[in-house]
Design a protein around this ligand. Structure first.
Ligand code: TXA
Ligand code: MG
Length: 348
């Protein structure tokens, strides 16, 4: 049985989290909002809780979890060493949408790290996430709140669709502001390697060091390179409908989508187009969802997963998606879209 706890930040009393925080500590699972996406949390120290997370998501056991903390001090028990570069990143970007990989200490169970000697740690900024972790008194392992392989849950309704009946508590709060999961980085020596792009971008890191690399598996999405972040190798972010990403000059993209849409419609298919505000009235499709304006890529990022799921709710067969520039947070947007389409890309 899943209990829902409604928390309204406008008349917020953190004591409304008390029952959920105690349950977390005692090995139960609690879905909670963060600024990136909702997470399914359990105490790092509870075998049952960790097992329940993997079961609720249907997650492969070789995909490690991110450990969430509520103060920077909590890092020191969980890791063997904090390098000076790690410290700089923590000071600059925590709390916030950045996950850092460290060598783990003995107190972190291998179930959490899927057998790896490293542990991924993040300090979320969201007030509810911070208070919940603090009140539970334990570090909280939390993957994104969705069935494995589906678009991450960014709002209460979609989280409930996937996890009602599978977790102990769901905290109902506002939509996730960023809408894409945190940037994951590995640090070795003085080099930052981005394993998963997110809202903290290459340019942000370059304010700290010029030695920023991107895991080749992110750039060459269709290659056989094995990603260093285990989660990145799985089919991901996939709605039930077929996703086709269309890239090129926007005039050509619009023409191509309309041409393909017409063709598939005559074959009886229900067509969706995921567009930007700039082009949304140029399509001839059954359903068009605009996810935001190209002049503000943050709006695009925040609506992307929500829209993919809305197309499933409408029941379209094919979703044509406009491609975006890979600048800034665009790299994270395109990374998720490339995964969602599973290499199904049309050059217009
Ligand atoms: O924004 C986020 O990071 C959200 C919220 C809830 O905080 N969490 C999240 O967790 O996206 P999840 O489990 O969906 O994604 C974790 C990613 C996976 O790609 C996983 O393989 C990678 O982080 N990861 C975890 N531990 C790792 C490690 N030790 N080394 C390399 N990659 C790791
Ligand atoms: Mg996930």
């Amino acid at each position: 049985m899943t209990q829902i706890i409604n928390v309204d930040l406008k008349k917020y009393d953190k004591q409304s989290l008390r029952v959920a925080a105690d349950s977390l500590k005692n090995g139960h699972t609690v879905v909670f909002p963060t600024e990136t996406v909702y997470g399914i949390g359990a105490s790092v120290f509870s075998k049952d809780g960790i097992e329940a997370i993997f079961k609720a998501k249907g997650r492969p056991s070789d995909n490690p979890l991110i450990v969430h903390i509520s103060s920077k001090d909590m890092v020191y028990d969980l890791v063997d060493e904090v390098s000076s570069l790690a410290k700089e990143l923590m000071d600059r970007f925590w709390p916030g949408p950045l996950t850092i990989i460290f060598k783990k200490s003995d107190i972190v169970p291998l179930e959490v790290t899927a057998g790896l000697s490293t542990v991924a740690i993040r300090m979320p900024k969201h007030r509810i996430a911070k208070d919940l972790i603090e009140m539970s008194g334990v570090p909280v392992a939390a993957p994104s709140a969705n069935i494995s392989g589906r678009p991450s849950g960014t709002n209460f309704r979609h989280v409930k669709q996937d996890l009602m009946g599978k977790v102990d508590y769901i905290i109902e709060a506002d939509n996730s502001e960023i809408g894409l999961e945190s940037t994951v980085v590995d640090i070795s020596g003085d080099t930052i390697t981005i394993l998963r792009p997110g809202a903290i971008t290459i340019d942000d890191f370059k304010e700290i060091t010029q030695n920023v690399k991107i895991d080749p598996a992110i750039v060459h999405m269709n290659s056989d390179i094995i990603p260093k972040s285990p989660g990145m190798k799985y089919t991901h972010y996939s709605p039930r409908a077929e996703v086709i990403l269309v890239r090129g000059d926007m005039d050509c993209v619009v023409r191509k989508i309309n041409e393909l849409s017409k063709k598939h419609k005559t074959m009886g298919k229900n067509i969706g187009v995921m567009s930007s505000d700039e082009y949304s009235d140029m399509y001839d499709a059954n359903s068009i969802i605009s996810i935001g304006t190209r002049s503000n890529m943050l709006s695009i990022a925040s609506n992307l997963f929500k829209a993919l799921r809305e197309f499933d709710e409408i029941g379209v067969d094919i979703i044509f998606v406009e491609a975006f520039s890979e600048d800034g947070i665009g790299l994270a947007v395109m990374n998720r879209l490339m995964k969602a389409c599973g290499g199904n890309i049309v050059q217009a």
